[in-house]
Design a binder for this molecule. Sequence first.
Ligand code: SAM
Length: 388
Amino acid sequence: MVGIGADGWAGLPEPARAELTACDVLFGSARQLDLVPLDLPKHPWPSPLLPALEELLSGHEGRRFGVLASGDPLLSGIGTTLVKRFGDVRIVPAVSSVTLARARLGWSAEETEVVSVVGRNVHRVTRALAPGARVLVLSSDASTPAAIAELLTQRGFGESKLTVLEQLGGAERRVDGVARTWSTNVDARIVDPLNVVAIDCSGIGLSTMPGLPDETFEHDGQLTKRDLRASALARLGPVPGQLLWDVGAGAGSVAIEWSRAHPRNRAIAVERDSERAARIGRNAERLGVPDLRVVTGAAPEALEGLPAPDAVFLGGGLSALDVCREALRPGGRLVAHAVTLESEQVLADAYRQHGGELVRLAVEHAAPLGRFTGWTPARTVTQWSYQK
Ligand SMILES: C[S@@+](CC[C@H](N)C(=O)[O-])C[C@H]1O[C@@H](n2cnc3c(N)ncnc32)[C@H](O)[C@@H]1O
């Protein structure tokens, strides 16, 4: 697998050319194959590529395949798919668009966060926004810069500087502007589809630590409140790359805070009420974790066939408690909240049978009491937490 830049064959070093010359057959996009002046059978990728991949590659057993990719094949590229499929792939990378973009801007690798929205929801960018942060976004197409400018403006980052870098390593063009005034100043029709967007962030960020204010979420009252949420997430213990089930997710706040804790975290929110399920999707998108999966349905039936979780939160009903505990992967954590005597009994039984930690959480908020201030207690919650 050979990475090729916008400068084509001329820009390829000798070892990369030698690899391609020794191949029996070449795969790549039609544009990339045109860049290679070799007389070999050439197979352009169809669109969509993934469903056709197996059939394309079969029938060539025992031959040396060459695959062309842009820049670094393992940066948001076909390389990742092929390594998963074949295991042993020799990769000769070229300079990536990210490296070229950083070179044009003078941004170091250490202080630059990279977000790919290639074929993905642009709201993924939100999670990376912080005052002074430098973010590079791999665009989907020509519409991405305007979509990012709008998103930044909505999230209070309208003063951020935006730079669009087109055709890096080829016929380069650079457009500078500010997010808030982007759409009035830049004609979206002339943006090149091959571009990277650099954001020099200016705005007030949102913590990635659990326990965001309740008003951060759109909700109908069915929300695990801030102090209880922080307590639950402390025990769920988000570890990078792990999967959480939020069962009876309400507004989705636990699944969202789990997902925000690390970009590789994954979560599935299960919610019976379709209106609430739609609200979870809106909250997830607004708070920068649009990949959160929402399953509309009642537990335990709706849990069938889901990938095994590393952590489970049960915020209300406990009918799925046993199923969830059994589904947990080894080392997995479960946290369940109860407010009724009946559900508290279920947790007391679970504690007796399986151990763990049983806690009662009573939170009181200071509020006006006539001319004075008094404590207003919230409903006391019983919390059972357990590690498998
Ligand atoms: C699927 S990713 C592939 C990235 C590639 N593997 C690399 O190393 O640059 C495609 C995205 O990378 C960015 N990109 C790739 N080549 C570029 C170039 N020459 N100029 C600007 N952006 C480029 C664009 O954002 C494009 O949508």
